[in-house]
Write a protein that binds this ligand. Structure first.
Ligand SMILES: Nc1nc2c(c(=O)[nH]1)N[C@H]1C(S)=C(S)[C@@H](COP(=O)(O)O)O[C@H]1N2
Ligand SMILES: [Mo]
Length: 311
């Protein structure tokens, strides 16, 4: 399968990506030669003992699609894979509104079509201290932001997930969560070339449980920032309210950058459990990297900010 790629950013991607190539780390690294490998899989930043992180092979399809957080379909990690088949992903409309010149209701196909689809292997770190390595397929979030032409006053972009109780069985939490699920990013974070809109996994269509038909992926932030099944994108001047930061403001902040030095009030973030279904004695615990290993690319976004305070 030939994947169209673009090379006009400094973040290259693999060119030829059959599933077997993802599974074999050596072949994958070969395919994404040059600085590509450094950008994705071998950024074992100085200070982190390589011995604990050398094995950054992508997780299997099975692992990525059966261990999920998608509370609209249930709270257990297995619930989304069992329940999300009721999500209807076609036709799908994304509303773009707020402070921009090109608001509108875009059909999914029209929203995606002008962009070049590419494959990116990213670490994925949930705030609950588990992690995976995931070969996403998608395109830069910056593409759709540029096409929307945000006003100079726009400083943030907010996202909302579909909320349809007919399709989404999780009604027990309705009073507590206040669906729809909402997330947001500062505009410069959203425009960073690492930030993606994702519509595929392992070169295939994105499964419902992973946020079909279109979700956000921001690899240097805790997983809950990577909002699924988006139906709305709104440009704002003020920091938008987001689901978890609103629910439990003492536990989850707006920024939520992966940071081993800032503990969650109920657990340490210094290490993470790398999900690995093949290991008889369970998954390995590995060191968590500052900004999930993407500090060289994104630390400049937070210059002058106290990342202990803005967690
Ligand atoms: N709409 C919505 N988006 C969501 C969530 C959710 O419950 N609802 N969970 C978040 C959390 S906590 C994580 S860790 C990731 C999980 O993504 P994955 O299931 O594809 O690994 O999705 C995030 N996006
Ligand atoms: Mo998460």
């Amino acid at each position: 399968m030939i994947i169209r790629t673009r090379r006009n950013s400094d973040i290259p991607s693999s060119e030829i990506t059959p599933e077997s190539a993802f599974i074999n780390r050596r072949r994958f690294l070969g395919a994404s030669a040059g600085i590509g490998a450094a950008a994705f899989l071998s950024r074992d930043a100085a200070g982190s003992p390589l011995s604990t992180r050398q094995d950054e092979e992508p997780n299997t399809w099975e692992e990525i699609t059966t261990h999920n957080n998608f509370y609209e379909f249930g709270l257990d990690k297995k619930d989304p894979s069992r329940n999300a088949h009721t999500l209807v992903t076609r036709p799908w409309t994304v509303k773009v509104d707020g402070l921009c010149n090109k608001p509108g209701d875009y059909q999914l196909e029209d929203f995606i079509k002008p962009s070049t689809i590419e494959d990116r292997v990213y670490r994925f770190r949930c705030v609950e201290a588990w992690s995976m390595v995931i070969p996403w397929r998608g395109f830069p979030l910056a593409d759709v932001i540029r096409r929307a032409e945000p006003h100079p006053s726009a400083k943030y972009v907010a996202f909302a997930t579909l909320w349809d109780p007919e399709q989404m069985p999780e009604r027990r939490w309705k009073p507590r969560i206040g669906w729809p699920y909402r997330e947001g990013l500062r505009l410069d974070e959203a425009m960073h070339p690492l930030s993606l809109l994702v519509n595929g996994l392992y070169g295939k269509e994105l499964p419902n449980q992973n946020g079909a038909p279109l979700r956000v992926i921001v690899p240097w932030k805790y997983g809950f920032k990577s909002i699924k099944s988006i139906v709305r994108m709104t440009f704002t001047e003020e920091e938008p309210p987001t689901t978890w930061a609103t629910q439990t403001p003492g536990e989850y902040g707006f920024y939520s950058n992966v940071n081993p030095d800032v503990s969650h009030p109920r657990w340490s973030q210094a290490t993470e459990k790398r999900i690995d279904g093949s290991r008889f004695f369970g998954s390995r615990r590995i060191d968590t990297l500052f900004l999930n290993g993407y500090a060289d690319e994104v630390a400049h976004l937070y210059e002058g900010m106290d990342l202990q305070k803005y967690f």
